[in-house]
Design a protein around this ligand. Structure first.
Ligand SMILES: C[S@@+](CC[C@H](N)C(=O)[O-])C[C@H]1O[C@@H](n2cnc3c(N)ncnc32)[C@H](O)[C@@H]1O
Length: 208
């Protein structure tokens, strides 16, 4: 599992690595651009949204939103990722910090129209994910949404089948979402697949 130093080292080549794997439709980034594009469209359907990005990396998604006038907040534990993102979004409110330990204090002072996290939460164990997701839901406006784009599967069976087929390519250190299991914790959760190994999980504040 990469720590903040590992992500620092990856930061400069990150956008290129992701792009190559996405273009080739290869695990783990198959569907990446379409996922970010869909999240972008959903957010832009609301006027002047305030958006918090958890593990924003180089800001691939948030920079596009920033350029459209969204109010951007974010947290990442890699100083180098944050440097790259800040250079693209000088007026965004970006904070360092390990999201396994919680959120930076200034991020807790307000509510958000959207909280997004793309390709970052698989670094947490399931209990850590659950604690963080509860905390994030509490920071949404009443009609806000939490949008998670990541390597993810509709069911545990689908995940296991994909792992078998991926063989040695499978990254056993990453802990991916199996939507059927998470629906037991959050009955309001919706899962939309974007490739055989990825999708968007949507959570609203209340059970709808
Ligand atoms: C694979 S990158 C994804 C970046 C971006 N969200 C995207 O979609 O391109 C994962 C990001 O999450 C950050 N990250 C991973 N674990 C983290 C943690 N525990 N706390 C804060 N940031 C973390 C990394 O530094 C990195 O920037």
């Amino acid at each position: 599992m990469l720590n903040s130093k590992g992500f620092d080292l990856w930061a400069n080549g990150y956008d290129q690595t992701v792009g190559v794997l996405d273009e080739a439709d290869r695990y783990p980034f198959a569907g990446y651009k379409r996922i970010l594009g869909s999240i972008f469209q959903r957010i832009m359907a609301r006027p002047h949204p305030r958006v918090l990005d958890i593990g924003l990396g180089t800001g691939t998604l948030t920079t596009r939103l920033y350029e459209e006038g969204c109010e951007i907040y974010g947290q990442d534990f890699s100083p180098q990722m944050l440097r790259i993102a800040s250079a693209k979004m000088p007026d965004a409110h970006l904070y360092p910090g390990d999201f396994a330990q919680g959120l930076a204090a200034p991020l807790l002072d307000r509510e958000y129209d959207f909280i997004v996290s793309t390709y970052a939460l698989h670094h947490l164990t399931d209990p850590q994910k659950e604690a963080l997701l509860h905390r994030l839901l509490g920071l949404l406006k009443a009609d806000g949404q939490l949008l998670i784009g990541d390597v993810a599967f509709g069911t545990r069976d689908a995940l296991n089948r994909f792992r078998q087929e991926a063989g040695e390519d499978w990254d056993a250190e990453e802990i991916y979402f199996a939507a059927d299991e998470w629906k037991r914790v959050f009955p309001q959760l919706r899962f939309e697949p974007f490739s055989p190994c990825s999708g968007i999980l949507t959570l609203s504040r209340h059970h709808v």
